[in-house]
Design a protein around this ligand. Structure first.
Ligand SMILES: *[C@@H]1O[C@H](CO)[C@@H](O)[C@H](O)[C@H]1NC(C)=O
Ligand SMILES: *[C@@H]1O[C@H](CO)[C@@H](O)[C@H](O)[C@H]1NC(C)=O
Length: 369
């Protein structure tokens, strides 16, 4: 009985294994001869003068859901490295999923019994610490509001974490072509943008909590095949096409993470086996990040604004990012260790065997049904 209930829960949770969602500089960088060196915004001087909506922000899908020792290498984990490491590496979008806990919003993956990364507020404090230490960075948060929490709950988490003091508040609510430049957002310290699903804008109680689908459209998130990535609008359904969304000044988000099916169980888990291909910079290989971004740029007539990946330190996600942004002067990033396969005893190799063990145990539990 315990097994069946738990198995159902885990199966359901894994099946819905979630969906979904982008640095800066300091003013005085004088060189010894007195001339000012160019200052970087989101790791590049050439991005400072670009508007927020003219940049591709690379994001970590389920950035808190780790496949590491802290979660016993959970097979539902989407990342090897945490959100601070993602920001250090140059990612500027963090996507999370929240569930209603007893008193707080919790970062859980599909179900809190499957993976619970603690209160949203505590995690946001760590992001705020990073924002303090990195004053020239524009960062975006994308929250999947799984239990339909009200806007004030998210505003409260922003206030408690300190992030509300640097949060972006729009002058007029809703999709717009008139986003500020990264430099303007940095100068005015409105460099933390929060999008949340499943709520309406509340300008009074939660001015910094932007309803995602009033601003952003997404491509399909449940991709199971390497040839399944495309640039078709999936959500919000009311907009019927990417062309329509773009004409209404929506920001674009390409979901670029792949699930694989576990046998005949009808369960999907983040696909580790194909991660080098999925996160490849190639612009010709089927299923590659570079190929997907390039296709969307061509189809949309502009760069994708956001792209979400799993296991960001595997493959060549940062190279693909610089390529789509046409950036060649990147600076200030910390190179994370390679998370990809092919090096023998690297993280992915170890985790793969652990995942397999977990999978066998999981299969056995389901079989007991
Ligand atoms: C990530 O891990 C480092 C230590 O390894 C820690 O200092 C940091 O606070 C963590 N960040 C998050 C968001 O968990
Ligand atoms: C994009 O993928 C979705 C989901 O698989 C599919 O429904 C849609 O038809 C695809 N778009 C194109 C143009 O093939």
């Amino acid at each position: 009985m315990w097994f069946s209930a738990r198995s159902c829960l885990v199966a359901a949770a894994l099946f819905y294994a979630s969906n979904a969602l982008p640095q800066a500089t300091s003013a005085d960088d004088s060189t010894s001869d007195g001339a000012s060196a160019p200052v970087a915004c989101n790791n590049s001087p050439s991005l400072c003068s670009r508007r927020y909506n003219e940049v591709t922000h690379l994001g970590a899908h389920n950035s808190y859901a780790l496949r590491d020792a802290s979660t016993d290498n959970s097979i539902s984990g989407n990342q090897y490295l945490n959100a601070t490491r993602a920001l250090d590496a140059g990612l500027r979008l963090l996507q999370v999923q929240t569930h209603q806990g007893d008193t707080t919003l919790q970062l859980c993956h599909s179900s809190c019994s499957l993976l619970d990364a603690g209160p949203l507020e505590d995690w946001l404090k760590l992001i705020n610490t990073w924002m303090n230490e990195n004053p020239n960075e524009v960062v975006t948060l994308l929250v999947v509001n799984a239990d339909n929490a009200v806007p004030a709950d998210f505003q409260s988490a922003l206030v408690q974490s300190g992030l509300s003091e640097r949060s972006y508040v729009p002058t007029t609510a809703g999709a717009t072509a008139d986003w500020p430049t990264l430099q303007t957002m940095i100068d005015s310290n409105t460099r933390f943008v929060s999008f949340v699903t499943n709520l309406d804008y509340d300008a009074t109680a939660a001015p910094a909590v932007l309803p995602e689908f009033d601003y952003v459209f997404e491509t399909p998130f449940d991709v199971q095949e390497l040839d399944g990535f495309n640039c078709t609008l999936d959500r919000p359904s009311g907009l019927d096409s990417a062309t329509n969304a773009l004409s209404q000044n929506y920001l674009s988000l390409a979901n670029h993470f792949k699930y694989s099916s576990l046998g005949t169980l009808g369960i999907s888990v983040p696909d580790e086996d194909n991660i080098e291909t999925v996160n490849s910079k190639s612009i010709s290989e089927v299923g590659a990040l570079g190929t997907h971004l390039d296709a969307c740029r061509q189809e949309w007539g502009g760069v994708p604004n956001f792209v979400l990946v799993d296991f960001f330190n595997a493959g060549e996600t940062i190279v693909a990012l610089d390529s789509i942004n046409d950036v060649s002067d990147a600076e200030g990033r910390t190179q994370p260790e390679d998370g990809g396969s092919g090096a023998g005893l690297n993280a992915a190799g170890r985790l793969h065997s652990t995942s397999f063990g977990a999978l066998v145990a999981f299969g056995a539990a389901v079989f007991l049904l």
